[in-house]
Write a protein that binds this ligand. Structure first.
Ligand SMILES: Nc1ncnc2c1ncn2[C@@H]1O[C@H](COP(=O)(O)OP(=O)(O)OP(=O)(O)O)[C@@H](O)[C@H]1O
Ligand SMILES: [Mg+2]
Length: 264
């Protein structure tokens, strides 16, 4: 996979004006929420922008056990002594970097209590355990992401949290851009990358009906990587698209039929 452009930045092809929104949000000290399906480029976008702005990036994959202490830090026993160890959010605040909370809806409720004073005009991080209160420096930015497709009634961002963030809705890029992305990441020529993107267009029409979510750019890149590695197209699509997307024999057959119509 090609990770670096000539510029040395993590490779990222913008969908529209998201880089400008990110840069402006950062300059104005506003937090940003990225919404979108799995594998559409959210993480790569944040990595690219962090590098472009020259800021350290602390990424936290949120899960339903993630607590405020996991973000802020805790006392740990080290060689018989208890020492305070900053968590990733505290480190990002101290350094004036970016903290990226991936799948933020998964985090426990006590996390939102920490995020609120940090994501409004106070820009403060309160560390209860040490009594410290940090004022976030101007370069600090909080970025979060979530996949609206996975939302349930139980797991929803509260409006009071949601409305503290600017938001960008991501989707899969339009075919011309997605072809560029697949070609650049896999080394396939644009003809062969374009065929995978055409297949994706058909598959995404199935989503909602038979599929939970359409095929991601990530899976197209997997398929392209296998093809570029010398694997037969049909086998590559089976391993990178058909099997990952569904366990249902009829749905899998529908996916194979779509592939046959594109490659037939
Ligand atoms: N616009 C883009 N420019 C460059 N690469 C991209 C772009 N979009 C997607 N990719 C590629 O797709 C892969 C998956 O993207 P990424 O990991 O950023 O998805 P994501 O939206 O963070 O997914 P998830 O919600 O599952 O974490 C990346 O590793 C990268 O190879
Ligand atoms: Mg991601």
């Amino acid at each position: 996979m090609k990770d670096l452009q000539d510029s040395g930045l993590p490779f990222y092809t913008p969908h529209t004006d998201e880089c400008t929104v990110f840069k402006t949000a950062h300059a104005k000290g506003l937090p940003l929420l990225l919404k979108g399906p799995t594998g559409c480029g959210k993480t790569r976008f944040v990595e690219h922008m962090a590098a472009r702005l020259g800021l350290p990036l602390h990424t936290v994959a949120c899960h339903d056990d993630l607590s405020a202490a996991d973000l802020i830090g805790r006392y740990l026993l080290k060689g018989g002594e208890t020492v305070w160890v900053d968590g990733p959010l505290t480190r990002a605040v101290r350094e004036g970097g970016i903290c990226y909370l991936d799948e933020v809806v998964e985090a426990r409720k006590d996390v939102t209590v920490v995020l609120h004073p940090l994501t409004d005009d106070r820009r403060r991080l309160v560390i209860d355990r040490t009594g410290e209160e940090l004022q976030a420096p101007p370069s600090f930015m909080l970025v979060a992401s979530y996949n609206p497709g996975y939302q349930t009634v139980l797991k929803k961002l509260k409006p009071s949290t949601r409305q503290r963030f600017l938001s960008i809705g991501f989707d899969f890029p339009e075919p011309g851009i997605e072809t560029q992305v697949v070609a650049a990441e896999t080394g396939l020529d644009t003809m062969r990358a374009g065929a995978l993107v055409r297949l994706a267009g058909h598959v995404r029409h199935l989503s909602g009906m038979d599929l939970e979510e359409g095929v991601s750019t990530r899976l197209l890149i997997y398929a392209g990587t296998l093809i570029q590695g010398g694997m037969q197209v049909e086998r590559a699509i089976e391993a990178a698209i058909v099997e990952p997307l569904s366990d249902e024999p009829e749905v899998q057959q529908a996916l194979r039929d779509l592939a046959a119509s594109v490659y037939g």
